[in-house]
Design a protein around this ligand. Structure first.
Ligand SMILES: [Zn+2]
Ligand SMILES: [Zn+2]
Length: 268
C-alpha cells in the first residue's frame, strides 16, 4: 500500500510537470513561436519551449512549420492533419504516414524566423529525421536524470504528465476539427470548433475556433465562460513585466472578411 507521503509527492510532481510540459506546448511552441502572439525575454522563452521539447513534441522548427501549414490550408488540400483525411490520421498517423511532405526549402520559407535562432537550428538537425531521434534521446536522458535525482515516484509522475500533455495537441488537431463536437462562434472557412473539455485539458488550446478566427491573439478563450489557463499565465507574466507585445483580437475584421468571402463564394 502506498504511503500518503508517496501520494502527495506524486500529485505535486505530476502537477508541476503537467504545467511545465503543457505550457511548453501551449505558450511556447504555439503562441510564442508559431504565432508571435507575445514577446518574453529570450532566456525565459528557452525555458518555456524546453517544456514542449522534453514532452517529445519534436524540434521547434518541425512543430512550427507543420502548424503554419495547418493554418494556411485548414481542412483543405495541403493541411498536414485534417480529419478530412481520416480521424486516426488527424490524431496521430500524420506523424509517420504524412499526406503532406515538407521539404527543406518549404521549411525555411515557412519558418525563417526560427532558422535565425542558433538553438532552434541545432535542434532541427538540417531538416532530417534526426531531429526526432535527437528529441527522443534528450527526452529519455531527461527522465533518467529525474529517476536518479528524485526517484521512481517523481519519474512516474513525470511520465503520466508527459503522456497527458502529449495527447493534448493531438486532440486539438482532430476533435477540435470535427463538426459533431463543441461549437463554432466564428465562420473561418474551416471546421474548427471550440470544445470545453479539450480546452480545460490543454490550458486553453481547445478554444480552437476562436484561435482560427484570430490566429495571432494570445488569448484563445474570449468570453467569461471560456477559461483559458495559458491566458492567465500571460497576465501573470505581464504583471511581472516579463511579457510585452501582447496581441489580442482588436476587432472583427478577420471574421467579417471571412464571412464576406464565404458569402461571395456561395453567391457565385
Ligand atoms: Zn486547427
Ligand atoms: Zn495556431
Amino acid at each position: 500500500m502506498l504511503e500518503w507521503n508517496s501520494v502527495g509527492t506524486f500529485i505535486a510532481a505530476f502537477t508541476f510537470f503537467f504545467f511545465y510540459h503543457m505550457h511548453g506546448i501551449s505558450l511556447g511552441y504555439h503562441r510564442l513561436l508559431s504565432h508571435h502572439s507575445l514577446r518574453i525575454p529570450k532566456w525565459l522563452e528557452y525555458i518555456v519551449v524546453s517544456g514542449a521539447y522534453l514532452a517529445f513534441e519534436g524540434s521547434p522548427i518541425f512543430w512550427v512549420t507543420t502548424h503554419r501549414l495547418h493554418h494556411r490550408y485548414s481542412d483543405h488540400k495541403g493541411d498536414p492533419h485534417s480529419p478530412h483525411d481520416g480521424l486516426w490520421h488527424a490524431f496521430i498517423a500524420w506523424m509517420w504516414d504524412p499526406k503532406v511532405h515538407i521539404t527543406d526549402e518549404q521549411s525555411r520559407l515557412l519558418a525563417p524566423d526560427l532558422y535565425r535562432d542558433p538553438v532552434y537550428r541545432l535542434l532541427h538537425c538540417g531538416h532530417t529525421a534526426w531531429h526526432s531521434y535527437l528529441c527522443l534521446g534528450i527526452g529519455i536522458a531527461f527522465r533518467v536524470s529525474i529517476f536518479y535525482a528524485f526517484g521512481p515516484i517523481v519519474l512516474a509522475a513525470n511520465l503520466c504528465a508527459t503522456a497527458l500533455a502529449f495527447v493534448g495537441p493531438l486532440l486539438v488537431n482532430s476533435v477540435c476539427h470535427l463538426q459533431r463536437f463543441g461549437y463554432e462562434t466564428y465562420k473561418c472557412g474551416d471546421d474548427s470548433r471550440n470544445v470545453l473539455p479539450i480546452a480545460l485539458l490543454t490550458m486553453g488550446e481547445g478554444w480552437h475556433n476562436n484561435h482560427h478566427a484570430f490566429p495571432q491573439s494570445v488569448r484563445h478563450g474570449l468570453t467569461e465562460r471560456e477559461f483559458d489557463a495559458t491566458w492567465v499565465s500571460v497576465c501573470i507574466l505581464k504583471a511581472l513585466h516579463l511579457a510585452d507585445h501582447i496581441h489580442l483580437p482588436k476587432n472583427q475584421c478577420h471574421v467579417a472578411f471571412t464571412e464576406k468571402s464565404k458569402e461571395t463564394a456561395k453567391s457565385k
